[in-house]
Write a protein of this length. Structure first.
Length: 151
């Protein structure tokens, strides 16, 4: 029964760390959150550390240390470099643009505006009235209604 404990299991540790690199890289590729890639990088370092006579508890501690350091100190730079900002698309891209009213906005109803070839319902946030022909700034979109201000 002692033969189980007598095997040299530490020679398989580089393969364990390499499998962890692959697994964490696949998770990063699927999520694209730029988080698990730092753990994969730390595991890659551990592949080489595990070839040295370093006990497993020390390897686990080093893995945790490398992971946290990489996550804290390199992720902000990578995010800034990759410029992962949200780009406004579709109707969100209209917010902040100007439109001209084709039908007046009254306090008790909605007006209309033609914008990029599409007829939109128009309302104001505060229920104020705006006359036809006035230029307005789109502040938000609620359903198919442009919420504008007459600035």
């Amino acid at each position: 029964m002692f033969f189980i404990f007598e095997t040299d299991w530490q020679r398989y540790l580089p393969w364990f760390w390499l499998a962890l690199v692959v697994l964490l890289s696949v998770v990063e590729a699927l999520t694209m959150t730029l988080t698990t890639i730092w753990f994969a990088a730390a595991a890659l370092v551990m592949v080489f550390v595990s070839m040295l006579p370093v006990p497993l508890p020390v390897q686990l501690l080093l893995f945790a240390l490398f992971s946290v350091l990489l996550l804290l100190f390199t992720r902000p730079f990578a995010l800034r470099f990759l410029n992962m900002k949200k780009t406004a698309t579709n109707s969100d891209a209209l917010i902040g643009t100007r439109c001209r009213l084709s039908k007046a906005v009254t306090p008790d109803g909605k007006g209309t505006a033609r914008l990029r070839g599409v007829e939109w319902s128009v309302a104001t946030r505060d229920g104020s009235s705006l006359e036809a022909g006035k230029d307005c700034v789109i502040k938000e979109i609620q359903g198919n209604t442009l919420i504008v201000s007459g600035e």
